[in-house]
Design a protein around this ligand. Structure first.
Ligand code: PNS
Length: 168
C-alpha cells in the first residue's frame, strides 16, 4: 500500500526549513500532503489563500507533494485522508518537549497513525516562521531563509498601502 504522509503546520510563512523537510519527506514517502491549519492564529501575516498559493508554487514540479488545508483535530484529518504518517521537523532539543507531547497525544487519539520526526539540514535549524517575521519586521535580511516567493511577498506587503508587516 502506498504510504501517504501529512506534514501539518501553520506555515505563516513557509520557510526553507519547511521546504527542506518536505523534500526529504517526498523522497521517503509515496506522497506527502502539506496540511495548512486554518485559523491557527487570529491575525496571520499571510492569508490562507496566500499560504496555499505559495506552497503550491514552490512545489509545482514535485508531483507527489500536495497542498491542502485542515480544520479541527489533526488525527481526524489524517484519518479522512487515509494517511498513515504525520511528519514533524525537529530542529533542536528545545522543540522536543512540545513535539513529544503532541505526538503522544495524537497517538492516544488514534493509535494507527505514526508520527515521524525529521531533521532539516543544519543550516536551517535556527529558522522559524516567527523569527522570520520578527527579523523582517525589524528590517533584517531574510534572503536564503525563505523561498524567493515568500521574500517577494514580504517586500510587497511593505509596499502595499496600509499593510506593513513591520507594524504587525
Ligand atoms: O506550525 P505549527 O504551528 O507548529 O503547527 C502546529 C500544528 C498545526 C501541527 C498543531 O497545532 C495541530 O496539529 N493543530 C490541530 C489541532 C489538533 O489536532 N490539536 C491537538 C494536537 S496534539
Amino acid at each position: 500500500m502506498p504510504t501517504l504522509a501529512v506534514y501539518p503546520g501553520s506555515f505563516d510563512p513557509l520557510t526553507n526549513g519547511h521546504v527542506d523537510i518536505i523534500m526529504r519527506g517526498a523522497r521517503l514517502f509515496d506522497r506527502i500532503v502539506i496540511a495548512i491549519l486554518v485559523n491557527a492564529e487570529k491575525s496571520p501575516l499571510f492569508s490562507m489563500d496566500e499560504r496555499v498559493e505559495i506552497a503550491r508554487a514552490v512545489f509545482k514540479d514535485l508531483p507527489n507533494v500536495e497542498v491542502d488545508t485542515f480544520d479541527g483535530l489533526l488525527v481526524d484529518y489524517v484519518e479522512r485522508r487515509h494517511a498513515q504518517v504525520i511528519v514533524r521537523g525537529l530542529r533542536a532539543v528545545s522543540d522536543f518537549e512540545f513535539e513529544f507531547q503532541m505526538a503522544l497525544m495524537n497517538r492516544r487519539l488514534n493509535g494507527k497513525i505514526e508520527t515521524v520526526f525529521m531533521m532539516p539540514a543544519e543550516q536551517y535549524t535556527y529558522i522559524s516562521s516567527r523569527l522570520i517575521k520578527e527579523v523582517f519586521s525589524l528590517g533584517g535580511r531574510v534572503h536564503g531563509l525563505v523561498p524567493d516567493m515568500v521574500e517577494e511577498r514580504l517586500q510587497a506587503k511593505v509596499g502595499a498601502s496600509g499593510e506593513d508587516p513591520r507594524k504587525k
